[in-house]
Design a protein around this ligand. Structure first.
Ligand SMILES: C[S@@+](CC[C@H](N)C(=O)[O-])C[C@H]1O[C@@H](n2cnc3c(N)ncnc32)[C@H](O)[C@@H]1O
Length: 450
């Protein structure tokens, strides 16, 4: 029942993690950082990676990895861990002791889902509960709860979803009860590492000992430090989920085409378009994210014209192709970013859908007659995908769908809906070995201007 994957971090307002005192128990600083990261993510809504980066500064690589694993596992399984605490603690934990609750959750995550000795998980958690005067009074409680979890193992886990109810209900409504539940379960698994090759994916798969997927992505598991993998420094590949690699391919990029990538940073899709020989105008409104795009393209020895602008106001084109990889709730990426499930609220979907509508309406005018518009999101929510495109086609009769056909670019029929749009789910690409299974949830539609 132990799940050997994960990630972590801490509060926006907190101070940076200090190096642990020499006398501290091994792994204590990592566990402290993990709990602080979970607490911070839940309180501030900031991304886990960023929070962890700050909270694990000064720790050794091994401790950073442990902190990441504990925090990510806790967030990935938060629904069932919270349900478990509820069954074990009739009176709950007072609000003023949120830190205690999070520490117990991180301890439980280690016991139930990680390859950590139970005594280490219990001992370090109790030490962390005891180290602040405000929480020290809960040491006995933490000890009793975690010992019981260690004694009873996975059998204590209630049958509860790992994501908030409103999200699971939405997936059930959109995809049916059985699939909605399967999506929820699949999202609680850690994702494999997928790469896109600058050229010759088959050769790269062989070089890295990875699996070549039908769509041309290369899948690895337990890759460790990605920057140490062969070909990273030489710019032979970049990290990109197999589903995220599909939208750019729908444009059929080739030399001689000019394509605008309107929400481009950090540049995964820009790199695909440029590697295919297209002239690319990469637009994003975020300067810092464009700096990452620039660095990524430099490593890959690829080029694009970079424009910092709000794509809802930009005057440019017309282009042979326009890609809108729109900002979205990112619920399709919960396997990789487990905090997304807990930092988004229903109102976020409505406001993102409004921005997506404006992006689509404005971008449409940048497409040449006869040119192609690809709209994509890494969201499982139909409001950000299917419904967005249906409403756009109502407003713009000069556009029609250019349906994706099964087999195109290796895309199986199961990933294409009745309208010829790509709809991938975390339940797709099943595998006997769960470490190789799944895809990010993505939506992509190809539209042609008449
Ligand atoms: C889903 S991410 C894009 C990922 C990117 N296409 C890739 O493959 O690496 C969405 C991007 O849209 C950008 N964005 C959000 N609103 C925008 C706007 N109004 N104009 C331009 N870019 C915007 C964000 O800064 C973010 O970088």
């Amino acid at each position: 029942m132990k799940d050997t994957r994960s990630s972590p971090r801490r509060p926006a307002s907190g101070s940076p993690a200090a190096s642990p005192p020499a006398s501290e128990a091994p792994g204590l600083a990592a566990r402290r950082a993990a709990a602080e990261a979970v607490l911070a993510v839940l309180e501030t809504g900031h991304p886990l990676e960023e929070t962890l980066e700050r909270l694990t500064r000064g720790l050794e690589d091994r401790d950073r990895a442990l902190a990441r694993m504990i925090a990510a596992t806790t967030l990935r399984r938060l629904g069932s861990l919270r349900a478990l605490l509820k069954t074990l603690l009739e009176r709950g934990i007072p609000d003023k002791a949120r830190r205690v609750e999070v520490l117990i959750l991180t301890g439980a995550a280690q016991i139930l889902f990680m390859d950590v000795p139970d005594h280490a998980a219990v001992g370090t958690t109790v030490t962390l509960v005891g180290e602040q005067a405000a929480t020290a009074g809960f040491k006995g409680l933490a000890n009793a709860v975690l010992r019981r979890i260690a004694r009873e193992g996975g059998a204590v886990l209630p049958d509860a979803a790992d994501q908030p109810e409103w999200l699971v209900e939405g997936w059930t409504a959109a995809y049916g009860p059985a699939r909605g539940e399967a999506i929820s379960r699949a999202l609680a698994q850690e994702a494999p590492l997928d790469l896109t090759a600058r050229e010759n994916p088959a050769a790269l798969a062989e070089k890295l000992g990875g699996r070549l997927l039908p769509t041309g992505s290369i899948r690895l598991v337990e890759a460790g430090n990605v920057t140490a993998l062969p070909g990273f420094a030489e710019g032979e590949w970049w990290v990109q989920d197999a589903a995220a690699a599909l939208p750019a391919r729908l444009l059929r990029p080739a030399a001689g085409m000019t394509i605008a990538d309107l929400c481009a940073a950090p540049g995964g899709k820009t790199a695909q378009l440029a590697a295919a020989g297209a002239r690319v105008v990469a637009v994003d409104r975020s300067g810092p994210r464009l700096r990452r795009l620039k660095a990524n393209l430099a490593r890959l020895n690829l080029s694009a014209e970079i424009v910092e602008a709000d794509a809802t106001r930009l005057n440019a084109g017309p282009f042979d192709g326009v890609l809108i990889d729109a900002p979205c709730s990112a619920t399709g990426t919960i396997r990789r970013h487990p905090e997304v499930a807990w930092t988004k609220a229903p109102g976020d979907i409505a406001s993102l859908a409004d921005l997506q509508t404006r992006l689509l309406s404005h971008a449409a005018d940048m497409v040449k007659p006869g040119g192609v518009l690809v709209y994509s999101t890494c969201s499982l929510e139909p409001e950000e995908g299917e419904r967005q495109v249906a409403a756009f086609l109502e407003r713009r009769p000069d556009f029609v769908r250019d349906p994706v056909t099964p087999g195109e670019g290796g895309i199986p029929a199961e990933w294409i809906n009745a309208e010829g749009e790509v709809r991938t789910l975390p339940t797709h690409l099943p595998d006997e070995d769960p470490r190789f299974a799944g895809l990010d949830g993505f939506f992509a539609a190809r539209l042609r201007r008449g």
